[in-house]
Design a protein around this ligand. Sequence first.
Ligand code: ADE
Length: 253
Amino acid sequence: MRVLSAKEGYNKFNDIRMQIPVCFIIAMEAEAKPLINALSLKEDVDFAPGLPCRAFTGSFNNNPIALVLNGKDEQYNLDLIGTQAATLTTQLTIDYFHPELIISAGTAGGFQRKGAEFGDVYLSYPNVVFHDRRVDIPGWKEMGFGGYSVKDIRSIADELNLKTGVVTTGNSLDMSAQDEAIIEQLNGEVKEMEAAAIAWVATLHKTPMFCIKAVTDLVDTEHPTQEQFMTNLKLAVNNLAIKVQEVLIKLLG
Ligand code: ADE
């Protein structure tokens, strides 16, 4: 059988009309694994031919759901993280699954001074912003920050005793002094690397979205973020899988 080129595969892929109402978008496989296992999701090998993103599908209490990963960088064999990969994955997810709701799930940094603790799970509210797109010209400045509104999940957060906050996105794990000042100005509580890009694409398609993020590190402490991240990854992703399922019960019954 002749192997399709990426372009041919993409055209064929766009012809498939599938509808899965709730789609999760997650950057790292390690962030998704406990959830894929808990929900017994299976890979859909027809998703995104020739491209790194990978999709897994299944159901939750008889409701179809999908989970899409950015996939791995071919050169480095590491999970693709950050806003470019998130943008591509979100567009491909919308093309293929036509979701009614997108949930950006994963890990994040939190702020000790705002009461965050390792393993805490946050829901996004009221919006998602970029903190590292600095353009000091009126209008462009605001567009740089984005400020995309998210689905109002405050009642779910209350019922499940989850914290809520502004999710702030940039392309670095560390936090420069400039980033910190902007995050403070934007009232950011949850610092990660994909949500605002996902929110932007979702907004283009008028598809509601929100985020669920588990804290691996406290960015306003002395300990290097990367060390905190590695130490607390397992705790955070296990909590994430548990809370995602509790949120799904509230959303879908
Ligand atoms: N993911 C987990 N921790 C993070 C941090 N501190 N910054 C960006 N992304 C993260």
